[in-house]
Design a binder for this molecule. Structure first.
Ligand code: SAH
Ligand code: SF4
Ligand code: F3S
Length: 466
């Protein structure tokens, strides 16, 4: 049974926040906090809650790490290179702390939810004051208070899954795009993946809480809502409401807005979901459907619970129903025991499906996962070669895909200054395709009609229609 964190517990944390506020109020300058989140949108969303709590405590956020009174790294454990980067960056904080002994340093997130890494970090970096896992985010004010008041180092890595905390303050990075987690954790245990170990079991938020939050965001002028979950298609199994049903209820809200979501697991992605997107007013025509491998043998070893035939059927149905669907994916190269023959099936799938874009990764061994125990005879060098071959194939299939949009007028949510060129504004279509066009900054955060004049292989160029 998933418990919610009680109002009393949240009040208690608010009380700690106010005590921190009174301490830092005594500084002879405005207290500044620097935070950085690595990893997926879920982590970025947690980072927005941390920033919300810091703001409540009276900190101002800064991009200048050298000037900060408080530094926090919110870490990701999904691949080894992500972890190495974090170790490097934390190591560099030592010099800043030497110059400013009052600096408080915190490390949180998925990496330190693994006890062995948390302990390693505590030992290796004595200047880190607070280390806490993903399940105790809401207790951050209390931990910070302990550092100020008791001069203690705090380590908090509870093993139990985090209860759901509704109503934490959030300081969103954008004024028109908002991430809304609909569920936490993952039950799938894909054999390569650390996420179920660092995020705990799947638990869904109440549909009413999600709908209220989204309604409030739309009323405050937010134009894009990104629903988050490691496998959104299994949302609500513990609530008696399916993901499709939740989407339909959100789509029924009034206003001018777009709903996107990630990630869809192919084993749980249903025709009902595809029909819901196709029949909606506000849902993006975009499916991120990670296939991971084109080989049924490897998919089985990965514990993915679908085969390529099922995957292709889903894609065909989605492409038939959803106008101009943008299809994107994740792929892992060099899973333990994968042969070049298996890998060729992934290449073939890429050529056949012609993804709009693909996030490709070389397999990274994660301690504690099943795949870490499997024989892995192929060298890193060989895997690197396969990886480059995959990039080449993906690069060649993407060409021309967007030409069909030239001449069409699309509704674009304008997001900021251009990606192709600073002189342009940039935004995304209902398919979440990048579109650059000329215009002034007052359009940022608004929907605008843009006539497409040119197609690049990763974006469109157009002109505003009056
Ligand atoms: N829950 C999402 C994504 C989680 S992590 C999903 O199921 O799709 C994002 C991507 O990182 C995964 O889709 C996978 O392609 C990649 N990934 C996860 N673990 C990995 C590992 N050990 N090595 C390499 N890539 C990995
Ligand atoms: Fe990891 Fe698989 Fe869960 Fe995605 S569905 S988070 S890849 S275990
Ligand atoms: Fe990384 Fe944790 Fe997300 S491991 S990908 S930040 S859930």
């Amino acid at each position: 049974m998933i418990e919610k964190i009680t109002e009393e517990e949240l009040k208690e944390q608010h009380f700690f926040a106010m005590r921190v506020k009174s301490v830092i109020h005594m500084f002879d300058h405005k207290p500044l906090a620097y935070t950085h989140s690595y990893g997926c949108q879920q982590n970025v969303s947690d980072g927005e809650k941390i920033n919300g709590m810091l703001t409540e405590m009276g900190y101002e956020l800064t991009d200048d790490i050298e000037k900060a009174d408080f530094i926090l790294y919110n870490t990701c454990a999904v691949r080894e290179n992500a972890e190495n980067r974090v170790f490097g960056n934390i190591g560099a904080v030592k010099n800043i702390k030497r110059k400013n002994p009052d600096l408080v340093v915190a490390v949180c997130g998925c990496m330190v939810q693994q006890e062995h890494i948390a302990l390693q970090m505590k030992k290796k970096f004595p200047f880190v004051d607070i280390i806490f896992g993903t399940h105790v985010l809401h207790k951050f004010p209390e931990m910070l208070y302990k550092v100020f008041e008791k001069k203690e180092r705090v380590l908090s890595i509870p093993e139990c899954d985090g209860n759901i905390a509704e109503g934490l303050p959030v300081r969103r990075d954008s004024g028109f795009k908002a991430s809304v987690p609909i569920m936490y954790g993952c039950n799938n245990f894909c054999t390569y993946c650390i996420v179920p170990f660092v995020r705990g079991r799947e638990r869904s938020r109440d549909p009413e809480a999600i709908i209220d939050e989204v309604k409030g965001l739309i009323e405050r002028g937010y134009k894009e809502i990104l629903l988050l979950g490691q496998n959104v298609n299994s949302y609500g199994k513990d609530k008696g409401v399916s993901f499709s049903e939740l989407l339909r209820r959100l789509d029924a809200l009034e206003g001018e807005f777009k709903i996107s979501f990630m990630t869809s697991h192919p084993k749980d992605c249903t025709r009902e979901l595809i029909d819901t997107i196709a029949g909606s007013r506000h849902i993006a025509y975009h499916l991120h459907l990670p296939v991971q491998s084109g080989s049924d043998r490897i998919l089985k070893l990965m514990n993915r619970h679908y085969d390529i035939a099922h995957y292709k059927e889903l894609v065909a149905y989605a492409r038939e129903k959803i106008p101009g669907l943008q299809l994107t994916t994740d792929i892992i190269v060099g899973f333990p025991g994968e042969t070049y023959e298996d890998f060729k099936e992934t290449l073939e799938l890429m050529r056949e499906i012609k993804y709009d874009s693909a996030f490709t990764f070389i397999y990274s061994k994660r301690e504690g996962t099943k795949a870490a125990e499997m024989e892995d005879p192929v060298s890193e060098e060989e895997k690197g070669k396969w990886f480059r071959e995959l990039l080449e194939v993906q690069g060649s299939v993407g060409d021309d895909a967007y030409k069909k949009y030239v001449g069409e007028t699309l509704s674009i949510l304008c997001e900021g200054r251009g990606r192709t060129d600073e002189k342009y504004l940039t935004g995304k279509s209902r398919q979440n395709i990048i579109v650059d066009f000329s215009g002034d900054d007052s359009l940022i955060g608004q929907f605008v009609s843009v006539k497409i004049t040119k197609a690049l292989n990763w974006a469109l160029i157009g002109e505003i229609q009056q």
